[in-house]
Design a protein around this ligand. Structure first.
Ligand code: SAH
Length: 251
């Protein structure tokens, strides 16, 4: 049995209760060492085998799982944030299907939620944006042409951009090409929820210089959109003049 577990964004107490219990029970843990907080492994069983997937290929990960299955062991595959985003889990699940190995997924707090917490932001504000676009710049992993940043930026919705800290010059150009005004609010959140978290507020046109001045080159998210500004309308849900399923409007 394999459990894919979301480790959360970094802080050791931001894994789910279920995720922690699975870590405590695991006979084998394969963790994404580049971004998973190693303190999460402190709760493992003494005899638990631990592998850092940063040094492994998919095939090597599968070999460890295969061997564990032969020995009747439970494996936790620990991914940063939530496994569903940029986690390379699908290829593992498909391989496990082929091997006839059963698995489950335990969700985690994604770093884009950790970044909102750090910013005290709500990504969906009435009359400002009701959508969040999660994307990345193309790197060694290509991005389909239809998802080019400029095209997505045309929506002027809230954007959270992963895996792109090394390309901020290009990113800000594309965002402005797509229609964001240069002075649109933006932020760089470095290591959200980790003890050394850093938040830099800037504008779309100053993303690259802000990162450079503060020597941020990786492990950061870029958040863009007017939800980081001050204008919005209050919600109807909590408006006294508005009835809901649970509450009658006040006269
Ligand atoms: N599955 C993860 C994302 C993995 S991709 C999730 O749900 O968060 C790795 C990228 O995520 C990093 O390059 C960075 O852009 C972002 N990231 C992960 N953890 C982060 C954190 N604590 N703070 C800021 N960005 C983070």
């Amino acid at each position: 049995m394999v459990n894919f577990v979301g480790a959360g964004p970094g802080a050791v107490d931001l894994i789910t209760v279920r995720g922690k219990e699975l870590l405590e029970q695991a006979d084998v843990i394969i963790y994404a060492g580049s971004l998973v907080n190693p303190e999460l492994l402190d709760c493992k069983k003494k005899e638990c085998e631990v592998y850092n997937s940063a040094y492994m290929t998919l095939e090597e990960v599968l070999d460890v799982i295969r061997k564990a299955e032969e020995d009747g062991k439970m494996t936790v595959r620990l991914h940063t944030g939530d496994p569903c985003l940029y986690g390379a889990v699908r290829e593992q699940m498909d391989a496990l299907d082929e091997m006839g190995v059963s698995y489950e997924v335990c969700p985690g707090v994604s770093s884009f939620c950790g970044a909102a917490a750090a910013l005290h932001a709500e990504y969906t504000l009435p009359d400002v944006s009701q959508s969040v676009i999660i994307t990345r710049m193309a790197g060694r992993t290509p991005v389909p042409e239809k998802e080019e940043i400029a095209g997505l930026a045309a929506h002027q919705a809230t954007m959270v951009i992963f895996l792109s800290t090394g390309m901020l010059g290009k990113l800000q150009e594309r965002l402005m090409e797509g229609g964001y005004a240069p002075d649109t609010e933006a932020a760089i959140v470095y290591k959200a929820t980790w003890p050394d978290e850093k938040v830099f507020r800037c504008t779309v046109s100053t993303l690259a210089e802000t990162a450079q001045e503060n020597q941020i080159t990786k492990t950061a998210l870029i958040v863009v959109g007017k939800v980081l500004g001050s204008g919005y309308n209050r919600s109807e849900l909590y408006n006294p003049a508005f009835s809901t399923e649970f509450r009658k409007a006040k006269e």
